[in-house]
Design a protein around this ligand. Structure first.
Ligand code: NAD
Length: 466
């Protein structure tokens, strides 16, 4: 039986009201969508201080970092979308084969209807509101489910949404696994999930029940290869920045470094030096360094500090959920820290002798969300890109591929399914409907039975006019 026909739950009642809202057609005009995006923009701007305080409370986020990666990031996505939405939403004309004469062919982006966006705790505002921008731009109703592990930000997002929207258009449902289970029992028209692969499988299983299309934004161990030709000063800074922002709790953070044996020791030394420059001698007192989200993740991470040899950092304080930015040297592939995504401020460094060996090691593991290569040699950069699949990649940088809204952001294989940002978000939340409009003043008799055209002629006609 369809869950939506069984006894009403809070989730089914909410969805029913959103279905009615969508069916009424209010979300279809582009003018309505623009107004919705503008209201969201105004509410985010009005709640900026509230959001920054919530991010500090949940994750100890420094203000500049929280603004750049959450509040400012969402405003950037809103502005990018508002400037281009009219063009994206317009039906696009495509060429029509002569065989279909007299017709024209179109792609009509259509909203799916009622969509569900499930977010994680690590960038708890951005990873809910950037998908929301795409869902609204495409003309959908949206249920947002923030992570219960970032409760202050979840509350702030709920206040923003309540200020800007009718709950029949956009609503926030709070809670943990039970809330998600309750929501997934409903028939949504699209599901957008960001989080770990374990829950990703649960979400995909639930979506399969209704054949609901979905996006999965997952994680994994993103490698960072540094060869002997790399500019080690730049590599050390860019690796340390990508790894230790948000205390390493970033889905595209370099998970581990794979360094050529001739430069490994020097790179480790330089990363240590960079970290002292970033956060001082005692990073615990730095206003620019974050904290681990909760005790469970703290304990999980503290246990990983025993892999290899601590080259830098290594200290912890459970009370304040502090783990020093740590570099582990002499790490081996079978060490505990190399088994799962680290998702914290611990950077293992392994060494390789030949690029063949480095590529073979990475290829033997699941496809990562991000891949980084530092090298001065174009041939080496191209080989790594050609031979190692990943969701996204940077050459001589980390993380920045997600900051260009013109590029699709997403994983592949174990790191996810689908992509978003900018126009890619709009298309993710739209069904691209094929429409042929045909004239009636001409109707080719030869296409109807009884078929009289000899096969030898049909072959030629199809080759000419197809
Ligand atoms: P998570 O999978 O634990 O939780 C994500 C969401 O799932 C939360 O809203 C949570 O309430 C819900 N949930 C938890 N247990 C559930 C269950 N049993 N049934 C149904 N729903 C459940 O993920 P997380 O710990 O919040 O995030 C960390 C992971 O997310 C990492 O793997 C990271 O790489 C990944 N991530 C990916 C991206 C990306 O854009 N690809 C971004 C951020 C994080």
């Amino acid at each position: 039986m369809d869950a939506s026909t069984s006894s009403p739950t809070p989730a089914s009642t909410l969805l029913q009201s959103q279905r009615a809202f969508f069916a009424g057609g209010a979300t279809r005009p582009v003018a309505f969508r623009r107004q919705a995006l503008q209201r969201l923009r105004a509410a985010v701007v009005a709640h900026e201080a509230d959001l920054l305080a919530a991010l500090r409370a949940d994750l100890g986020r420094p203000e500049a970092e929280a603004y750049a990666s959450e509040v400012g990031f969402v405003l950037g996505e809103l502005d990018f979308t508002l400037r281009r939405l009219d063009g994206w939403a317009r039906p696009r004309r495509e060429r029509t084969p002569m065989l279909l004469f007299p017709a024209t062919s179109w792609i009509h982006p259509e909203p799916y209807g009622c969509t569900l966006v499930i977010g994680p705790w690590n960038y708890p505002m951005q990873l809910l509101l950037v998908p929301l921008v795409g869902a609204l731009a495409a003309g959908n109703c949206v249920v947002l489910k923030p992570s219960e592990l970032a409760p202050h930000t979840a509350e702030a997002v709920a206040r923003i949404v309540a200020q800007a929207f009718d709950p029949a258009h956009v609503a926030v449902v709070q809670g943990g696994a039970e809330a998600v289970t309750d929501l997934l029992a409903q028939r949504f028209d699209y599901i957008f999930y960001t989080g770990g692969p374990r829950v990703g499988r649960i979400v995909m299983g639930a979506a399969a029940r209704f054949l609901t299309p979905l996006t999965l934004e997952l994680g994994g161990k993103s490698p960072c290869i540094v060869d002997a030709s790399a500019d080690l000063g730049v590599a050390a800074r860019r690796i340390a920045w990508g790894k230790f922002m948000n205390a390493g709790q970033t889905c595209v953070a370099p998970d581990y470094v794979l360094a050529h044996q001739s430069i490994r020791a020097e790179l480790v030394r330089r990363i240590g030096e960079v970290l002292r420059g970033f956060y001082g001698e005692d990073p615990k007192r730095s206003p620019d360094y974050g904290r681990i989200v909760d005790a469970h993740h703290f304990d999980r991470l503290a246990a990983l500090l025993h892999s290899g040899r601590v080259a830098c950092g290594g200290t912890t304080d459970r009370e304040t959920r502090y783990i020093a930015p740590t570099v582990l040297d002499d790490v081996q592939w079978d060490d505990a820290v190399m088994q799962d995504e680290i998702f914290g401020p611990i950077l293992p460094v392994l060494e390789y002798e030949t690029l063949d060996e480095a590529i073979a090691q990475v290829r033997a593991r699941p496809k990562p969300l991000a891949l980084y290569v530092f090298s001065a040699e174009r041939a080496a950069q191209d080989r790594v890109l050609a031979e190692l699949p990943s969701g996204g990649a940077c050459v001589n940088d980390t993380v920045t591929h997600l900051a260009n809204p013109r590029l699709p952001f997403g994983g592949v294989g174990d790191s996810g399914l689908g992509g978003y940002h900018g126009r890619h978000s709009f298309e993710t939340f739209s069904h691209l409907r094929a429409v042929v409009r045909s004239g009636t003043w001409f109707d080719l008799a030869a296409k109807y039975p009884p078929y009289r055209l000899p096969l030898s002629v049909l072959r030629k006609v199809m080759a000419w006019l197809g």
